[in-house]
Ligand binder design. Structure first.
Ligand SMILES: *Cc1c(COP(=O)(O)O)cnc(C)c1O
Length: 380
């Protein structure tokens, strides 16, 4: 007899046609095939094409930003966004240890070091209080630039991540970072369509980044986007991600060491069809979240919901269990019963290759690491 039988039963009832219930599967019930066939017919399947242009306009519109650039995946979008925010070799970037590895790798690809700061218990994302406390102790402004007194390195950016689509406390974070002259780059890879005080996540920082990987709410197979309200930075992002080629009808002249990070038109076609459905997907997921919430309240289990002033996209829904023992039992029983569940990420610094970076006490991150699990969240 399973301890979690009724929970397993409830989840199975949400997806009655499935034998195995995945965590998050893509949904292709819109114009996906039409647009992809159209891209093939046009012969523009690769690095330029009408769907890339359309996708960039759709993303700028959706995020209420002035410029969007389509790239090959979210990780490379983060890498370039950090570089454009001013992060370079030897710099430091404030971020959270409770995140997917891409957040941290993008910092390291730029030759910079992450500084791991704690998250808030309610948002599970970077805590403005933790950032403030760290800067009060370690920060020093020299000629308008923030330095870490302990390492003498420039603190070149702050990168919050909106965990599972729940926005961090953006007003407070923007205020702290503003006070210390630190540009913010939002890792909004998981939070497309989420809002903080009715403004889209990704539009608060100097630059924001999204992912269109297959497990996200909307997918292009693989893909990413950089958004910004600074048109000049947006144009630079396009330039850098398309080999930094100086426009010319036939000559090859490159004025910087750029990247081939372009999103193929074929993938952009899929992305356009998916973005058209984002609103209905989120509505559908919010309905599921409501049903989960009612059910889990009746079980005395903490189903995580959006905090006040925010609207979450409920990308991956989650429970906070009593302790690690409960969590481990839950993971085993659900997965044994073909209901896919997964723990939140291991804190990044626990892996030896990332253990040498500066960090704070991580009280909340450690608490959440032991207790948060994701449950099936696909659009039904
Ligand atoms: C998905 C994701 C990314 C980007 O991943 P890609 O697979 O490279 O598109 C970055 N950060 C976070 C937190 C993510 O969840």
């Amino acid at each position: 007899m399973s301890n979690f039988n009724d929970i397993i039963g409830f989840i199975k009832n949400q997806y009655p046609s499935k034998d195995f219930i995945p965590l998050h599967e893509p949904n292709f019930t819109g114009k996906e095939k039409k647009y992809i066939l159209d891209a093939i017919d046009s012969t523009f399947v690769s690095s330029v094409g009408a769907y890339v242009d359309k996708f960039e306009l759709m993303m700028a519109d959706l995020t209420k930003t002035k410029k969007s650039v389509a790239v090959v995946n979210g990780t490379s979008a983060l890498q370039v966004a950090l570089r454009l925010s001013g992060v370079g070799t030897g710099d430091e970037v404030l971020t959270q240890a409770l995140t997917f590895i891409a957040t941290i790798n993008a910092i390291i690809y730029n030759g910079a070091s992450p500084i791991f700061l704690d998250v808030d218990l309610d948002t599970m994302g970077l805590s403005p209080n933790a950032v403030n406390a760290f800067l009060e102790e370690n920060g020093e402004i020299r000629e308008g630039v923030c330095y870490n007194k302990k390492t003498n390195k420039k603190i070149a950016a702050c990168m919050p991540m909106h965990t599972f689509g729940f926005p961090v406390h953006l007003n407070e974070l923007m205020t702290v970072c503003g006070k210390w002259n630190i540009p913010v780059v939002e890792d909004a890879a998981e939070s497309i369509g989420s809002e903080y005080k009715e403004q889209p996540t990704g539009s608060f920082g100097k630059l924001g980044v999204f992912s269109f990987n297959g497990n996200k709410i909307v997918t292009s197979g693989g893909g990413g986007a950089i958004v910004t309200n600074d048109i000049e930075l947006g144009l630079k992002a396009k330039h850098l991600t398309t080999t930094a080629k100086v426009p010319h009808p036939y000559e090859y002249v490159h004025d910087e060491i750029g990247y081939n990070f372009r999103m193929p038109n074929l993938n952009a076609a899929l992305a356009c069809a998916q973005l058209e459905q984002l609103g209905s997907f989120i509505q559908n997921k919010r309905e599921l979240a409501k049903q989960y919430n009612t059910f889990f309240i009746s079980k005395g289990i903490n189903f995580r919901t959006e905090s006040t002033n925010t609207k979450a996209n409920y990308w991956l829904m989650c429970l906070e269990l009593e302790n690690k023992k409960d969590r481990d039992l839950f993971l085993k029983e659900t997965n044994d019963n073909k209901v896919m569940t997964r723990p939140i990420w291991q804190l990044i610094f626990k892996s030896p290759i990332y253990s040498s970076y500066q960090r704070d006490a991580q009280e909340n991150a450690l608490f959440l690491e032991d207790r948060i699990v994701n449950i099936p969240s696909s659009v039904r």
